[in-house]
Design a binder for this molecule. Structure first.
Ligand code: APR
Ligand code: PHB
Length: 401
């Protein structure tokens, strides 16, 4: 039955049913709708809740291109800050990685929250169907022609939707990954023995480029959202909570961990947000099963060192949307059938890079004298080798699709 006709008769039907309205789900819906493919998004939380989440903010040029093609490039162009390089430090030794020189590319600093805002606005303009506050979502007929999702609305009304395909974009804590039978799924995981305590403060950033700093007191990152808004992180104990840290303690610790030439000019102020994130690398294989396709954090997690989480979600959506578009436009299934294989190749390269940067820059509680020596030696190798710096730059600006 025609989708529009079916919907008119009260049977909810769509072509691609998307679970999760974070950046992955919203972007997938936006790209597909622009290509004339029908979507419905089912999201557990309210829009306000999603827009209040503070996440990373470094966007690869590939990602900017995908966002622009999806029709949400205007604000990134106007407000995003182009960064041609970044600073890495080990105590008071600093290296500048020159992205421009090594790759002729730059990254853009633009918050994920802003991207989500832009995506919601673009989806509203297309009259996208987004259900918020949905509960008790379950699936039937996942391996048949028309899989079906059953769920309760915000007002406890039970509904079901039939679709051609289901996209699992419901993040790390979502439900869709569990619909792949355990015997069909391989899980790869590495938990790091620390977290990141992050704060936002209405103070000018300490430097015009990001500083990834390793020190004997632990890792720190100086980042930003604008010329008036700073985002700083310090490596912290996993057992602690944000309330355990006063602003004064945070600023003291940050000063200790940044190279002296930066800490001397650090401007401090009250924090306007404070949160802790654990660090983890996590990948499942495959990321498709029957009519289900996983993308973004539902399929993988990387530690934030290198800012790859959102960029990886965007590359998944690039591959997945191309696969759906060639299926619907040309009746060509090859891309859909190889989505998992194609996307995972780039996912693993990015997982490796985030793991490597994390290992290079953090203090590991149980590391041996030997491991500590290798860590400094890795840093000095980087500082003396154009090739090593080039490899870092190539990965940081994003590997090609
Ligand atoms: N039903 C419906 N929605 C759900 C469910 C569920 N059972 N479980 C989770 N969700 C929703 C969450 O509320 C969230 O809004 O799915 C959405 C997933 O969004 P994200 O966690 O932001 O994941 P994703 O869209 O893949 O974005 C990846 O976010 O975590 C960062 O570093 C990551 O930047 C990357 C980006
Ligand atoms: C951030 O600005 O939040 C940020 C930047 C770079 C990272 C991680 C987080 O690697």
């Amino acid at each position: 039955m025609d989708y529009k006709l079916a919907n008119l008769r009260g049977i909810l039907k769509t072509q691609v049913l998307i679970i999760g309205g974070g950046p992955s789900g919203l972007l997938l819906s936006q790209v597909l709708m622009k290509a004339g493919i029908e979507t419905i998004i089912l999201e557990k939380q309210s829009r306000q809740y999603i827009l209040n989440r503070i996440r990373a903010g470094v966007i690869e040029p590939n990602s900017v291109e995908v966002l622009k093609n999806a029709g949400i490039g205007d604000r990134i162009d106007a407000e995003g800050i182009k960064h041609q390089g970044t600073i890495l430090s080990h105590d008071d030794h600093t290296i500048r990685i020159d992205f421009q020189k090594a790759t002729k590319k730059a990254v853009t600093v633009y918050g994920q929250t802003e991207i989500t805002k832009d995506l919601f606005k673009a989806q509203d303009n297309l009259n996208a169907k987004i259900f918020h506050g949905i509960k008790n979502i379950r699936v039937e007929n996942l391996c048949e022609k028309s899989p079906r999702i059953i769920f309760d609305t915000e007002t406890d009304e039970q509904k079901y939707i039939e679709a051609d395909f289901i996209a699992g974009c419901d993040g790390f804590h979502g439900i869709s990954r569990s619909w792949i039978p355990e015997k069909n799924l391989s899980v790869y995981e590495n938990r790091y023995p620390f977290g990141w305590l992050g704060i936002l403060s209405e103070t000018p950033p300490v430097n015009d480029e990001l500083i990834y700093s390793s020190s004997s007191s632990g890792f720190a990152l100086a980042s930003m959202r604008s010329s008036k808004l700073s985002r700083y992180y310090i490596q912290c104990d996993l057992e602690t909570k944000p309330e355990d840290y006063t602003d004064d303690f945070f600023w003291l610790e940050l000063k200790k961990r940044l190279p002296k030439k930066y800490s001397e000019k650090l401007i401090t102020g009250p924090s306007i947000e404070k949160s802790i994130a654990p660090l983890r690398s996590f990948v499942v294989e495959p990321i498709q099963y029957g009519k289900l396709y996983l993308a973004g954090d539902a399929a993988h997690i990387v530690p934030p060192t290198g800012a790859k989480g959102l960029n990886l979600a965007i590359s998944d959506i690039y591959y997945l949307s191309q696969a759906f578009i060639t299926f619907y436009n040309d009746n060509e299934k090859t891309l859909l059938e190889s989505y998992s294989q194609i996307a995972l190749k780039r996912i693993w390269k990015t997982v490796r890079f985030s793991w490597w940067m994390t290992t290079l820059l953090h203090t590991f509680p149980n590391s041996s004298h030997f491991e500590k020596k290798i860590q400094s030696s890795e840093f000095f190798n980087l500082s003396e080798s154009q090739y090593a710096m080039g490899a870092l730059a190539e990965n940081y600006v994003g590997l090609p699709y």
